[in-house]
Design a protein around this ligand. Structure first.
Ligand code: FUB
Ligand code: ZN
Length: 625
């Protein structure tokens, strides 16, 4: 099997880090290991059934047969492509004949629908005159991008080039249509930019990189109506804040980062840095982004409503993809911190524990009406979270000429190629429930290199023991600690990260979180759900700031979680009776004492419906003037 990497920066001149393939990392833990098992056994097959059941795969076959009774939806092809990408990574990770069979069927269906000139988009299969005309609304270029990514993943996973040849024919067709000597225009929904760069990496054809750059530079000229939601109000390099449709904006940044990785265009990187800093003021504690329902868009700085949080699952997935690319450029841990936050919280909440129900939007407070669905009419999120989970093993490590970079923690065995030699690296840990990680380094033969160990930003105290001796250098949270030495077969390192429940407060301008705290333990954000706290309304809770939080691992609950418990108060909202407002002097002051239990946010809505809340009212400290 070839090296099934997610983003191939192996030869990218401006990449500090190189990828480690998905199939080089074997997760043996009960957190991600189980998730990937459920993905293989449940998610991939049930999504396949949905794609068949809703006619999305059949659409391709109908086009091949000349059957005009197809379903007209502008993004349906992309759902199939994202599923192919997810299934391909799943297959690369662990062989499964069922998945291989499904994949082959779907690949045949897709390829059979391609026109002689390379065009492929079922919506316009019979309407040649409309092709490439409505770039604002139509998803032709977006779907093409997803096809490219699917084809590359399938090729890297299986070595089979059928879909890659289909992708090449489509990419060539698009390159014939668009460009400085052809049609102008930019995709209403970015995606193709990063996919074209990956096509360039896969095939070596420079015209794909040029085309990606062309599409990026077409924005801001009013070709998409100058619409801010479509990020067409300014040229990319002049953007100073993250605005517009969140998935579109972040995919665009992924493409721009990919172009930077290949070209070193500083003006792009400066913009990306500005946009990333802006996004850090527009991101939920869960790593969710795109807070507005209207336009599925970013809000202003600190505009982060909790009940009406949009925070689409696709935007969380995109957030991981962009931060990964920024990490490849810089090797800076601030990007990995975001990745970790998103994968354990705002993205993971998008899929149920049973692997077959999904959230499209991810609120941070709810009255019990929001529930995961088996599918959606616009079904972008299910296959998107599937492709992220399927490729996750490829996010654990990177290499550079200096050594191996450890980004994420989970019990695992990995085989990593470093400067032409093999290093086997194992992790033993109960992460994310415990902060102790034991690393074993097994180089093929004794070798000098560095291990770059990520110390998460949430970790206030850390101790590192290398071969039973404490490592004395100062270790900063939110950084990579470099340990350079001669590594011998069997050398061990222990990373002891203190992990305790912590109360977090927001920037005061996040108005919805005024005088509220959230509970975080390690990378995991917590919430209160009614089912664990049946004696009171969880929206009524009041947390004393000096609360003693207790933690307890419960193997039988929600596939095994650490529950955080504590004693707090509740303010009785029933005392407002039917009124919305009360004079302050009439506000009920007597607070009832309660014991509460909090669970990880990602695991909410997996049992019976009921109110849920992340940001908990807290008592304002008394020492104010
Ligand atoms: O338009 C395709 C997808 O549907 C977008 O990426 C999502 O935000 C949803 O609008
Ligand atoms: Zn989505």
């Amino acid at each position: 099997m070839s090296k099934c990497v997610v983003v191939d920066t192996t030869k990218s001149p401006w990449a500090r880090l190189r990828p480690v393939p998905v199939n080089a990392v074997k997760l043996r833990d009960s957190f991600w290991g189980n998730r990937i098992e459920v993905l293989r056994k449940v998610t991939i097959p049930t999504q396949y059934e949905e794609l068949e059941g809703t006619g999305r795969i059949e659409n391709f076959r109908k086009v091949a047969r000349g059957d005009k009774d197809i379903i007209w939806r502008i993004a349906d092809d992309s759902d199939v492509y994202k599923w192919v990408e997810a299934a391909a990574f799943t297959l690369a990770y662990e062989y499964d004949s069922n998945i291989e069979r499904m994949l082959e069927e779907v690949v045949d269906a897709i390829s059979s629908a391609q026109d002689e000139d390379g065009y492929l988009f079922t919506y316009y299969a019979y309407d040649k005159r409309s092709r490439w005309k409505d770039l604002i609304r139509m998803h032709e270029l977006y779907c093409a991008g997803h096809l490219f990514q699917a084809a590359i993943a399938y090729y890297r996973a299986t070595g089979r080039d059928k879909l890659l040849n289909t992708a090449i024919r489509l990419a060539d067709h698009i390159a014939d249509v668009f460009g400085p000597d052809g049609q102008s225009g930019a995709p209403g929904h970015p995606e193709i930019e990063m996919a074209l760069v990956e096509m360039y990496r896969q095939t070596g054809r420079e015209k794909y990189l040029e085309l990606a750059r062309f599409f990026l530079d077409q924005r801001g000229k009013g070709l998409l109506g100058g619409d801010i939601v479509l990020i067409d109000h300014k040229p990319f390099r002049e953007l100073d804040s993250m605005v517009g449709h969140a998935v579109r904006a972040i995919y665009l940044c992924c493409g721009a980062t990919d172009i930077y990785l290949e070209t070193g265009d500083e003006s792009l990187y400066n913009t990306l840095e500005r946009l990333w800093r802006s996004m850090m003021k527009r991101m939920y504690i869960t790593g969710g982004v795109g807070s507005r329902y209207h336009g599925e868009a970013f809000g202003e700085d600190y505009e982060l409503p909790n009940v009406r949080a949009y925070a689409e699952t696709c935007a969380a997935v995109a957030n991981v993809m962009w931060n990964w690319r920024m990490l490849m450029v810089t090797a800076e841990a601030r990007f990995t911190d975001v990745i970790e936050t998103v994968i354990y919280n705002g993205a993971l909440s998008g899929i149920s524990l049973d692997g077959r129900h999904y959230f499209y939007v991810n609120p941070l407070a709810d009255r019990g009406r929001h529930s995961r669905q088996e599918w959606f009419r616009c079904a972008c999120c299910p296959p998107n979270i599937a492709r992220l989970l399927a490729s996750l093993p490829g996010y654990f490590y990177s290499t550079s000429s200096k050594g191996i970079w450890i980004h994420l923690y989970a019990s695992s065995t990995s085989t990593i190629e470093l400067n032409g030699r093999i290093v086997e690296l194992t992790q033993e840990t109960k992460y994310p429930w415990e902060g102790r990680v034991k690393l074993k380094v097994n180089p093929e033969k004794t070798d000098t290199f560095s291990l770059f160990i990520r110390i998460p930003e949430w970790c206030e105290e850390v101790k590192i023991i290398v071969e039973k001796k404490e490592f004395k250098r100062k270790v900063l949270p939110g950084s990579y600690l470099k340990i350079e030495r001669d590594w011998h077969y069997g050398d061990t390192i222990e990373v002891l990260m203190s992990m305790k429940p912590t109360l977090i407060v927001s920037h005061p301008h996040v108005l919805g979180n005024t005088d509220r705290v959230a509970i975080k333990r390690g990378p995991i954000v917590y919430c209160l759900e009614h089912i664990d706290n049946p004696d009171f309304d969880v929206w009524d809770i009041v947390i004393p700031p000096d609360i003693q939080l207790k933690e307890e691992f419960r193997s039988e609950l929600l596939n095994g979680i650490v529950v955080v418990r504590g004693r707090a108060f509740v303010i009785d909202s029933k005392r407002w009776e039917n009124r919305l407002y009360l004079p302050l002097k009439n506000m009920p002051l007597e607070l009832r004492k309660v014991e509460f239990r909090a669970i990880p946010y990602y695991a909410w809505a997996n049992r019976e419906p009921g109110p849920m809340i992340v940001w908990l009212r807290s008592i304002v400290p008394k020492n104010n003037p």
